[in-house]
Design a protein around this ligand. Structure first.
Ligand code: ADP
Ligand code: MN
Length: 516
């Protein structure tokens, strides 16, 4: 951090005339503020003055937009960790700004330019400023980056006979070592040896290299240290800051811990705080679903979203990071629809990028058990079945949705009823595979309740018809499925022939399907 190139903000030492005239930087154009002794001693004033000066000294830094949760006034300075993180962020920004300046200086008007991109600090928090920026993780491990050109051919020597120069030649080697110092991170001071005909012995070079690497590792460790609890480790730094911001803004009281870590999401429990707006009430307990930004996990979900007409226009233009946000967005919209229909489900509190905050189903940090984990009396089991049947119909008819991952794993038992969760993958029935998803849901539900001893439980085909209102008469699974696929195909052709102009996703949570 020491060679960051940060101009330290001059501490406010009470600008008196004597000091001003001696100041090597010239007279600062501070407007003198007259105030009482009490004011002078006031921390508040000190902070304000400090802030004012920093603003003047670092206009570039100040221009970086803050997230909506952190504003100048509501920064809660009681959290050391938060402060440390914000400071680090600030340092990283300044460091990168400096790096950019150096890059610019070196490149000048030259047609060939070099880039310090790889030396940018870890600054995962700083992404609000631009939606289209390249992810920091990507820039650090760019698989497309060309290898550095090497001068000694593979065989290890140049020339012939007595003119042969091998790669072990002392002079060549020494020069090369000197040149290779350029590969060290820019903050690593190597003097101006690179420009001279300096020959570094292998021993010296290796020592330097070791040092450069250990410095880099040290800097990396500094960033890692910010991780504290195991719960926090479940998410990347960017997400962690997002969560801190929510706590910091008072929206959440505390994030107590992790409820679940799945392949595609991590769910936390939190106590709700105060809402910034009067009209919105934050539930006393919240569940925070963090959609994992590890892109690979979402690859196999493509089929849900790619063919979803609501997303068709957007899908092709999006980068993977945005697609993950879309999952969160989708869950939010679907939950809102369900809420509107009166289906028991978590209530959406807020969506922030890939983080969805909703009401917690459960009590005192204990999440409601999944239907698969709870032992119900036969009476409750029957009740649960009829309720599920009802909800599936409502979901289909009123919400125009198919859950698409409905099973005893995504139904919670709470307050004597079934609650539906996990609806990010839910689709509209007209989705090219919508009916297949529905049939799968029906099979899961039907099997679960039949095994659970509910004699009245419809079989999967009957359930499918009862939910969809379709009247597929096939009396065996294979034919039934074939008819479903035929229907989907018909619908698809219809859409193809009649055009599929899409309305954009509306923010009120009730996106229309295609209009003809
Ligand atoms: P995943 O895609 O990882 O299955 P889920 O939405 O099903 O994501 O959440 C995983 C688990 O977290 C659930 O099985 C449930 O135990 C818990 N969970 C999720 N949302 C809530 C909530 N609102 N209230 C209580 N527990 C929840
Ligand atoms: Mn789930």
């Amino acid at each position: 951090m020491d060679s960051v190139g940060v101009v330290p903000a001059a501490p406010d030492a009470g600008p008196g005339p004597a000091w001003q005239s001696k100041c090597p930087w010239g007279a600062p154009n501070t407007t003198s503020i007259s105030c009482s002794l009490a004011d002078v001693m006031s921390e508040q004033l000190a902070k304000e003055l400090q802030l004012e000066e920093e603003n003047a000294a670092f206009p570039e830094v100040v221009a970086v937009a803050e997230g909506p949760f952190i504003t100048g006034e509501n920064i809660d300075t009681s959290s050391d960790l938060m402060l440390a993180q914000m400071l680090q962020m600030e340092f990283d920004r300044e460091y990168d700004a400096q790096l950019r300046r150096e890059e610019k200086k070196i490149n000048g008007d030259s047609k060939v330019s070099i880039s310090f991109e790889n030396y940018r600090k870890v600054h995962p928090y700083d992404s609000d400023s631009s939606e289209d920026e390249v992810d920091w993780q990507d820039t650090r491990h760019d698989p497309y980056r060309a290898d550095k050109p090497t001068t000694t051919p593979r065989r290890g020597f140049i020339g012939k006979g007595k003119d042969i120069t091998t790669k072990h030649d002392e002079v060549v080697c020494g020069r090369k070592n000197t040149a290779r110092m350029e590969n060290f991170a820019p903050e690593f001071q190597v003097g101006d040896g690179i420009g001279m005909d300096l020959k570094l012995s292998n021993q010296v070079f290796n020592a330097l290299k070791q040092h450069a690497y250990s410095e880099e590792r040290r800097s990396a460790r500094l960033h890692e240290k910010k991780e504290h609890s195991t719960a926090e480790k479940a998410v990347d730094p960017k997400t962690r800051l997002l969560l801190y911001k929510m706590v910091n803004a008072g929206m959440l009281e505390t994030i107590t811990g992790c409820i679940s870590t799945g392949k595609e999401s991590v769910v936390f429990h939190a106590y709700g705080g105060k809402s910034a707006t009067e009209d919105k009430v934050i539930p006393p307990e919240c569940a925070i679903k963090v959609f994992k930004t590890t892109l690979n996990e979402f690859k196999n979900r493509d089929k849900y979203i790619k063919d979803d007409y609501r997303f068709k226009d957007r899908f092709s233009k999006l980068n993977p990071r945005k697609i993950i946000r879309m999952w969160a967005e989708k869950e939010m919209h679907n939950l809102t629809r369900m809420q509107n229909a009166g289906i028991p489900c978590p209530q959406v509190v807020i969506l922030k990028k890939h983080v969805l905050v909703m009401s917690f189903i459960g009590k005192d940090q204990v999440p409601a058990p999944k239907l698969k984990d709870v032992t119900l009396s036969s009476e409750d089991m029957k009740k649960a079945y009829y309720q599920t049947l009802n909800m599936m119909q409502q979901l289909y008819k009123e919400c125009n949705l198919v859950h698409a991952d409905l099973s005893e794993y995504n139904m919670l038992w709470h307050d004597g009823k079934v609650w539906l969760i996990d609806v990010s993958q839910s689709v509209e029935p007209t989705h090219p595979h919508g009916l297949e998803f529905l049939f799968r849901d029906c099979r899961n539900v039907s099997q679960f309740f039949q095994k659970g001893g509910v004699a009245e439980a419809l079989n999967e085909r009957e359930l499918f018809n009862a939910v969809s209102g379709l009247n597929i008469t096939a009396d065996n699974e294979v034919d039934f499925q074939a008819e479903i696929e035929a229907l989907e195909k018909m619908n698809e052709d219809h859409v193809q022939n009649h055009g599929k102009k899409l309305s954009t996703f509306s923010s009120d949570g009730d996106p229309p399907i295609y209009d003809e």
